[in-house]
Design a protein around this ligand. Sequence first.
Ligand SMILES: [Zn+2]
Length: 339
Amino acid sequence: MLEELLSQLNTIRDEALAALENAKTEADIEAVKNRTIGRSGAITALSPMMGKIPPENKKQAGMAFNEVKVAITTALEAAREKTASSAAAASAIDVTMPGRRPHAGRKHPVSQTIEECCAIFRRMGFVAVSGPELEDIWHNFDALNAPLSHPSRDVKDTFYLSDGRLLRTQTSAVQIRTMEKEKPPIRIISPGRCYRRDTPDATHGVHFHQIEGLYIDTDVSLADLKTTLMTFASEYFGREIAVRMRPSFFPFTEPSVECDFSCVMCGGKGCNVCKNSGWLEIAGAGMVNPKVLENVGYDPKEVRGFAFGFGLERLAMLKHRINDLRLFSDNDVRFLYQF
Ligand SMILES: [Zn+2]
């Protein structure tokens, strides 16, 4: 009887230890426990045999029960530790893996263009000044000699606030503010954001950036304007650019001119960007209207000057071959990271 009991106990132990050796999960381990030392396990099922063991063998049988229980319990513990540590290893950080590179922020292409333009004009002696985007009618229209009937004053073209102020339609207002405060000579540029009621498309937006320049002194001519723009364009585009002037009309200037740059794509030979003309319309400019000088308290007989303005997005689009103005305000990082 004893032999049979001992043999059955050994078989249960050997099978249990072998099963635990191969156990992969908590569930595997629990299954081994349940079918051996659990309440309805094989070892528990052997207990009634104790009653049939002769008294002189009872001690040995009892010890055999204990030894097998201890062996299985120890193996269960070891198996639990093993699966727990391998689970932890699987979820742990692998310090040998290459790290994720954080994206460094960078300046928006329009900001970069503003800085490039300012740096070029600074080398020619211009100082960059800024002014409010929320303007009054005097600085945005009246002082600039815009007639009351001028279409740009219309509510269809300009964003007005209920208090009569407006979102500035150009940065020329900054020129008025500067002239009101300072005496000639004045040599400034004013880059900044402007607003117009427009239907956004590839070349128009409700907001855009302009840079305007103003040079007031006792002896300033259109030749100075042309030289200034030629120097700027050649430096900005990194190649020789010619400037052509065509008569035009702006209330702020008299005479007024449209300034064309020789095409930066084809060098003036003609291409689809310049519509085969070899020229690109870039800036509106002219000699500051004497009425404007009077508006700010200057004497037109003593001083005169030139002013010019152009769109910064247009410049950046030509330099970087961008075909849609809206890309600048979509803020798609795939676009922005190219600059
Ligand atoms: Zn061209």
